[in-house]
Design a protein around this ligand. Structure first.
Ligand code: URA
Ligand code: CA
Length: 431
């Protein structure tokens, strides 16, 4: 291992065998953390070639369980987002894409810190089961084109161990390490094709469009190398997506979006990502045709019907779709108001995420219990004109003491005199 660290440090390319050996030995506990940390730092400074990156990704994908979805008919496309605040997209995309007959077999995670997880959001639906056996999962997708299950088993333990080290050694910010970390998980969970939503913004992993594009290109290249067609979009995360940040309120937002009444940014992002998914799954001849199909299924109610089928087939109460008051509701709502006239010029997305977490909508630590009924509504977005006293945002809370949260949201907003709406999607990256 010392020789390999020195080799990488000096900018010499590692062979696939060397990389496989490192990942295997590290997973089994034979390489101490200090040596793996030094290797991560050497990679951060020296980068990786496409060959190294492909080998690293496959080695990590093979380090634990690998799901075999070959019993599901059709091309299975998975979507991954690099972490957003109030990112309701999976709840919308899964039924929307399934409604055109494309299989959606999704394994999702729980939220941690300022970002939420789809599995928690789904648990806001009374009765909904996120634990599904592999057999049942495959049966559901073959019958209804859709199932979403919590990540189970031992998926990419090499990535789990390495990420924990990177987190405390200043080596998270390495494009090859991020790219291989994300792609290894998608490959291990059995996707045939992958659509990536790379977020850019002050609070995202990637701070500039250039960096995000580089990450997107690396991931698309890995996909090509390992035979999984991959596309990426680069989207803005300088403010939360849509209005709702929380759990039950994001389910309501997804229902509204599937009815065609959702916030414009969330709707657009779902249509762009959804058309790529449908296109990669060969559900349409072009991206434009895919988009037309999705828009049509929002208009004619098919997407909403698939949501209902999906909820009831996983044990949930589908009547919440027609009566959202059956979802958990917080006891109190408080307004956060503008103190001056002007335009909203900035909303610190991470601070809104942290505020929602403080209300109980997210987890401060892995062990925290979450309150599915609480959250934040981000009513004014960047570019909106406001008058002093206008409601910028609302909190939905079960707590009696909300001063700190209200302050945090107030401070997350900047009101200035220029009106400048942010672009939502910067770029589409393909092979
Ligand atoms: N998300 C991941 O899964 N891995 C990283 O390294 C960074 C973001
Ligand atoms: Ca949202």
């Amino acid at each position: 291992m010392v020789n390999l660290i020195e080799k990488k440090r000096d900018g010499v390319e590692l062979t696939s065998q060397e990389i496989e050996w490192i990942i295997e030995q590290f997973t089994q506990g034979h390489i101490p953390d200090y040596q793996m940390s030094a290797m991560a730092m050497a990679i951060l400074f020296q980068g990786m070639t496409h060959e190294e990156l492909g080998a690293m990704t496959l080695a990590m994908a093979k380090s634990g369980d690998q799901f075999d979805l070959s019993a599901i008919h059709g091309i299975k496309v998975d979507k991954h987002s690099t972490g957003g605040v109030g990112d309701t997209t999976t709840l919308v995309l899964a039924p929307l894409v399934a409604s055109v007959g494309v299989p959606v077999a999704k394994m999702s995670g729980r939220g941690l810190g300022h970002t939420g997880g789809t599995i928690d959001k789904l648990e806001a639906i009374p009765g909904f089961k996120v634990e599904v056996s592999e057999e049942e999962f495959i049966h559901l997708v073959n019958t209804n084109h859709i199932a979403i299950a919590g990540q189970s088993g031992n998926l990419t333990p090499a990535d789990k161990k390495l990420y924990a080290l990177r987190d405390v050694t200043g080596t998270v910010q390495s494009i090859p390490l991020i790219a291989s970390s994300i792609m290894s998980k998608k490959i291990a969970s059995g996707a045939d094709a992958i659509v990536l939503d790379v977020k850019v913004g002050a609070g995202a992993f990637m701070k500039t469009v250039e960096e995000a594009e580089q990450l997107a290109r690396e991931m698309v290249a890995i996909g090509k190398q390992v035979g999984r067609q991959t596309m990426a979009i680069i989207s803005n995360m300088d403010q939360p997506l849509g209005v709702a940040v929380g759990n039950a309120n994001e389910v309501i937002e997804a229902i509204e979006t599937l009815k065609g009444n959702g916030p414009s940014d969330l709707t657009e992002l779902c249509l762009v990502l959804g058309s790529q998914m449908v296109y990669l799954a060969s559900g349409a001849k072009s991206i434009a045709e895919a988009r037309e199909k999705l828009e049509e299924n929002i208009r004619n109610g098919k997407a909403l019907d698939v949501l209902k089928t999906f909820i009831s087939s996983q044990g949930g109460d589908a009547s919440i779709v027609d009566d959202v008051t059956k979802l958990p509701q917080a006891k109190w709502n408080y307004d956060i108001c503008a103190k001056t006239d002007g335009y909203v010029t900035n909303i610190v997305a991470n601070d809104i995420g942290v505020a929602a977490m403080m209300l109980g909508a997210g987890r401060a630590t892995k062990e925290s219990e979450i309150d599915l009924s609480v959250g934040v509504s981000v009513l004014k977005k960047v570019g909106d004109a406001v008058k002093s006293g206008d409601v910028l945002a609302k909190i939905h809370t079960n707590r009696t003491d909300n001063e700190e949260v209200i302050q945090k949201i107030q401070n997350a907003y900047t009101i200035g005199d220029i009106c400048e709406a942010l672009p939502l999607i910067y770029k589409v990256v393909t092979e």
